[in-house]
Write a protein that binds this ligand. Sequence first.
Ligand code: PAF
Length: 297
Amino acid sequence: MNVPIVRTVAELRATVAEWRREGASVAVVPTMGALHQGHLSLVRTALEKADRVIVTLFVNPKQFNSAADLAAYPRTEKEDAAKLASLGAHLLYVPDAAEIYPDGFATTVSVDGVSDGMCGAFRPGHFDGVATVVAKLFLQTGADLAFFGEKDFQQLHVVRRLARDLDIPITVVGCPTVREPDGLALSSRNVRLTPAERQAAPKLASILFELAGQLTNGAPIGPTLVEARAAIVAADYAQVEYLELRAEETLEPLQALDRPARLLIAAWLGEIRLIDNVKVLEQQGSKGIVKAIVATA
Ligand code: PAF
């Protein structure tokens, strides 16, 4: 069975209206294509949670910082459609740029706070591009549920915030990062790594997991992060853009591990920018220590 493909908002809306008449619930999985097992796990989860699943495929020019990166982004619609058909996705929406950004398009969705810092600092305008297209995809599909990978953890926060702030009636569901057996987080960019880079790539995840363990066991945050950055560079990464400890729920920068947290990183391996993040557990007894300090003050 093929997956039906629609390319216009009108066709998309007509299909969803038909599903609604049948009383079906609808999920959307927004993607830029070049689907890998990470995307497919989102689709599988969406199929478990909703009656109908739409996958969107749109390489969004507004979220790229360089024309070269946009041009190099893999485009594999035929293969993507075959993968989705084998899973049983119900619809593939592949709009072109004029469908999403028609002549005269003048609106930007910009999410303050959670877009600041990290990828927001190193890729100016990136999250405005993401937020604008995701708001459009939410409104065009009218889906009840949307599925995003935790690998893009800052993006997940941006998308949750925009849905809440704009009263878009959709539940945003974050799903765990899918990794290669050697730990490398799956990404559409991984296919562009040279064989030598591909061999070095998993060091990023292993150093991140080790760092998370050290912090949970009470290692001092500042110096331990500095050591981890040096270890990543020693592992053949050309440059670490950022390595930060942020609160899991709010994405605030943390000076103490007093609540559930995430370590987030972006680093360059040759020409390829990779991002990753891992959960960090709250330090054992840290709340007790804070309480004790407050009590004696
Ligand atoms: O994560 C992505 O692939 C993109 O940022 C998204 C959410 C599909 C928006 O273009």
